[in-house]
Ligand binder design. Structure first.
Ligand SMILES: Cc1cc2nc3c(=O)[nH]c(=O)nc-3n(C[C@H](O)[C@H](O)[C@H](O)COP(=O)(O)OP(=O)(O)OC[C@H]3O[C@@H](n4cnc5c(N)ncnc54)[C@H](O)[C@@H]3O)c2cc1C
Length: 414
């Protein structure tokens, strides 16, 4: 029976162990931690958003880096295959808003247990507390030769406490593969202005965040964001980080929030006129409570340059119009990505041009396969990153099986 060695007992490594053992291969899975799936356990705030039940095309639209490279893998093992896979492992699953899939129980531990149960049933040999740090150590401890298929599934650099220490990159380099620059992604962003920390805790539900570099728009999207003591977080900030990270590493970037994206400039001006009429005897600073959350009022009043003590009926048309412009483009400067300890994912990794996109085998190194987050691929939040783990694991195992068939002279029609 062909033996497969898998390094890394995270999402991709465990899935590969299940796929390979289901196909009748003998599997040894090595994991440095005392248990499997430490990162999987904290995914989706402990609920594990394990895929997004979208089409492969939609999946690729939500992939940020090297989407073409994932074309074959996502079509070979689609999000609906993932749903069936987990159902087949006895996991009750459900779909929520935005087609995000979770275990019915809302416990990520049930996803891990389902994978572990099947590994046990199939006789996968799991070696915990076993960190293998280099090719020679792997060869001797796992007792392999150049013909043994090895799947490296060591993850990235985000949340290092889960075991993400970058071993996969070291293995790749040792074997002569290239590794790109890397940075935290799906990560909060730091800002320069002193008024941003004053907004700490303020969550904006319907706003548009835009980040520019010169005249070029690097990112613009509608959604939710949160102000923090260091800058901004929440879905919009996290997504923005994936698109602007590379540029932000070079220089600070101007950003703005449209606080009233549903209103055109004219509609907003009419709304301000109405609001000022309703507050005719009030001071400017006391006239805005219907327009903004309380925390935002003093900050936006300060930025407007309008005397806060001024009566609203004394606010000039010019002042009102420039206040409208401020509401449509509330400005601040992004200065840095937060560190890996706060990042959902690593952007960058093992260069994909050196990996066969159908089988995930290293082009220069037969029988060595790289899967999951250690590759230079990343996607937005919503279950897409775990789908990368499942699809690449499946493709690698299929690659091994195909090779086996060829070696034994078996054709599909046999
Ligand atoms: C807080 C958080 C929430 C997330 N939520 C979601 C979500 O809801 N949905 C989603 O799609 N994605 C989510 N992600 C991303 C998702 O967790 C990753 O995409 C996924 O875990 C990557 O799987 P992987 O198997 O490649 O790496 P990992 O899951 O990190 O597994 C790698 C494993 O390899 C082991 N290892 C590394 N080096 C060695 C070595 N030398 N020897 C032995 N073992 C080694 C590690 O200990 C680790 O267990 C989240 C990430 C974080 C940090």
């Amino acid at each position: 029976m062909t033996r497969v060695v898998i390094l890394g007992g995270g999402a991709a490594g465990m899935a590969a162990a299940v796929f390979a053992s289901e196909a009748g291969l003998s599997v040894d899975l090595y994991e440095q931690n005392e248990k499997l799936g430490k990162k999987l356990f904290i995914t989706g705030k402990g609920r594990c958003n394990f895929t997004n039940v979208c089409t492969p095309e939609e999946f690729l639209e939500n992939t940020v880096s090297n989407r073409k490279f994932l074309y074959s893998a996502i079509n070979g093992f689609t999000p609906s295959d993932t749903m069936n896979f987990f159902r087949g492992l006895g996991l009750a699953v459900k779909e929520e808003r935005g087609r995000r899939a979770f275990p019915e129980s809302d416990h990520s531990s049930d996803v891990i247990r389902a994978l572990e149960r099947r590994m046990k049933k199939n006789g996968v040999k799991v070696h915990l507390n076993t960190k293998l740090s280099g090719w020679e150590e792997l060869k001797s401890k796992a007792d392999i030769d150049d013909n043994t298929p090895v799947i490296l599934a060591c993850g990235g650099l985000s949340y290092p406490s889960t075991g993400a220490t970058g071993s996969g990159y070291a293995f790749a380099r040792e074997l002569g593969l290239g590794v790109t620059d890397m940075r935290p992604a799906l990560v909060p962003l730091e800002t320069a202005e002193a008024y941003i920390p004053k907004l700490q805790g303020l969550s904006l539900k319907n706003c548009t965040l835009t980040v520019k570099k010169g005249k070029k728009t690097l990112y613009t999207a509608f959604g939710e964001m949160l102000f923090t003591h260091f800058g901004i977080s929440g879905p919009l900030a996290l997504s923005a980080s994936s698109y602007i990270g590379r540029e932000l590493e070079k220089e600070p970037l101007p950003a703005e929030v449209d606080l009233k994206p549903a209103l055109t400039g004219e509609m907003l001006d009419a709304r301000l006129v109405r609001e000022f009429e309703m507050n005719i005897n009030r001071r400017f600073k006391n006239s805005l409570s219907a327009l903004f959350p309380a925390k935002l009022v003093p900050v936006i009043v300060e930025l407007s340059g309008i005397d806060p003590e001024k009566n609203v009926n004394a606010v000039s048309r010019k002042e009102r119009e420039s206040f409208g412009s401020l509401i449509k483009a509330f400005p601040f400067t992004l200065t840095a990505l937060r560190p890996y300890t706060e990042a959902v994912i690593t952007q960058g990794g093992i260069k994909v041009k050196e990996i066969n996109p159908k089988t995930f085998e290293a082009k220069n190194r037969p029988n060595v396969y790289f899967i999951g987050e250690e590759l230079d691929v990343d996607a937005l939040t919503g279950g897409y990153n775990l789908q990368i783990a499942w699809s690449t694991a499946y493709a690698a195992v299929q690659g091994i099986l195909e090779k086996e068939k060829k070696q034994h002279g078996i054709s599909d029609s046999d």
